[in-house]
Design a protein around this ligand. Structure first.
Ligand SMILES: Nc1ncnc2c1ncn2[C@@H]1O[C@H](COP(=O)(O)OP(=O)(O)OP(=O)(O)O)[C@@H](O)[C@H]1O
Ligand SMILES: [Mg+2]
Length: 247
């Protein structure tokens, strides 16, 4: 069943890579404004799951509904869904031959038909929000990893997404840059953005998540508030996982 208040509903999702059953019977409703942290061992299907929401992966069974746009196995409404969903990747995925400002205006100009002037004004607003307006004319290669990731967040925001997906946004960063990116994400959370975040930053999960979803072998095996998940994990596999990462 689909929850009426959900902005993202995943219903009976199954996906295979060839004969490998990577996602098994995933059901997940994300309420408007909800912030979900997804964690679990390497290879459990976390990236594949969030990539399905943005139609970066096809799937074989089930339904994904994003703000009433239904994405079936045939992915017919890819463009509509991608307009609603912003994504931030581990390795930033900025265009290296474009400046920060050009990275942030490309989609608004080409996908939303915004004028260049308007797109640049909007992009500057988002670059101010992630605290790097002074870097607008630099190329990604001239910036630190933390700055590049903040540009990637600003770039996603320029499309006014209703949902933001993050796939290990801080795990490629040097430790001293993790905080600046997490702070940007906390700001976004406090502004009410709906967020699904794959991360092992458990401090972040405790601070801003409404729910922690734990995956193993393609399944969601636990879904709970951070307080219950950390204090009292229910499943032996989540207990083992937590004992390994919280040492
Ligand atoms: N394009 C692909 N073709 C075949 N198998 C794939 C493909 N992408 C991922 N897989 C496999 O699917 C499984 C889930 O991968 P996924 O990247 O979703 O895991 P993950 O939970 O994000 O892991 P990590 O924590 O290492 O990022 C893994 O066993 C992986 O090898
Ligand atoms: Mg992954």
């Amino acid at each position: 069943m689909k929850d009426a208040d959900a902005i993202v509903s995943i219903i009976g999702l199954n996906k295979w890579f060839g004969s490998f059953h990577v996602l098994r019977d995933i059901d997940l409703d994300v309420a408007r404004g909800e912030r979900i942290v997804i964690c679990g061992p390497s290879g459990s299907g976390k990236s594949t799951l969030i990539r399905c929401i943005n139609a970066l992966e096809e799937f074989q069974e089930g339904r994904i509904v994003v703000d009433e746009i239904e994405l079936g196995p045939n992915l017919r409404r890819v463009d509509e869904v991608r307009r609603e969903v912003g994504m931030v990747f581990q390795n930033f995925n900025l265009f290296p031959h474009l400046t920060v400002l050009e990275n942030c205006t490309l989609a608004p100009i080409w996908v939303r038909n915004t004028s260049k002037k308007e797109a640049e004004a909007a992009a500057m607003k988002f670059l101010e929000r992630v605290k790097i307006p002074d870097q607008a004319n630099k190329y990604p290669g001239q910036m630190s990893g933390g700055q590049q990731q903040r540009v990637a967040i600003a770039r996603a925001l320029t499309m006014n997404p209703k949902v933001m997906l993050f796939d290990e946004p801080t795990s490629a960063l040097d430790p001293e840059m993790v905080k600046e990116v997490l702070d940007t994400m906390v700001d976004l959370a406090e502004e009410g953005m709906t967020m699904l975040v794959v991360t092992h930053e458990m401090g972040f999960a405790k601070e801003i998540a409404n729910r922690v979803v734990f995956m193993d072998e393609g399944q969601i095996i636990e879904s709970n508030t951070p307080a219950s998940f950390f204090a009292n994990p229910q499943h032996p596999r989540s207990q083992l996982f937590l004992s390994q990462i919280l040492r």
